[in-house]
Design a binder for this molecule. Sequence first.
Ligand code: NI
Ligand code: MN
Length: 221
Amino acid sequence: MKITRLGHATVLIEGSKTILIDPFITDNPKAARQIDEIPKIDYILVTHDHFDHFGEDALQIAKRDGSTLFAVHEVTVRDDVSQAGITAVGANIGGTYSEDGISFSITPAIHSAGGGTPSGFVIHLDGKNIYQSGDTALFSDMKLIPKLFGDIDVALLPIGGHYTMDEKGAALAVEYLNPKVTIPIHYDTWPPVEADTSLFAKQADSHTEVHILEPGQTYDC
Ligand code: NI
Ligand code: MN
């Protein structure tokens, strides 16, 4: 399986299915690829409706590829989603959607949103558990996530601060989650979310293997 950080919180997962999380490409100053450089996507997962996670890019790719959009219910019943004529599956915090041997569970996030509750996901694909926390502050119930879903192979956690947890918060999250590998996201896109990746690595690396991915870089697992 290949996990590629396309910039900001946009992550491409390529295994037996392709998954794109929080596509933010067109207006992303750090986007590593343009939309036409992104492979055919089976599932688009959206953590919440802020512009740096959800917008026209998601709808455009879903229309192009016939992708299924998966998110908290309120995101999937927006007018622009309905009018796009795409397949959208909504669920809610604590729920799991399974299809074709792959499953997506929705986890809580402490954040805000225009509509619907902000969320994270545990993705089960090809025998691996990938946790994407979404934009969130640190919360101690993260320790329940591996208990509920099994060991986390890869955690994708924001470290940028200002809108989410920072390096220190994310390092504490790693203690709760115990993931084999952690890839930081949601940093260095704009000045307010500048982060010190080496500080995060130093604070987290006794609990996890930290992989820093510049936009466009891939981790093979
Ligand atoms: Ni947000
Ligand atoms: Mn954000």
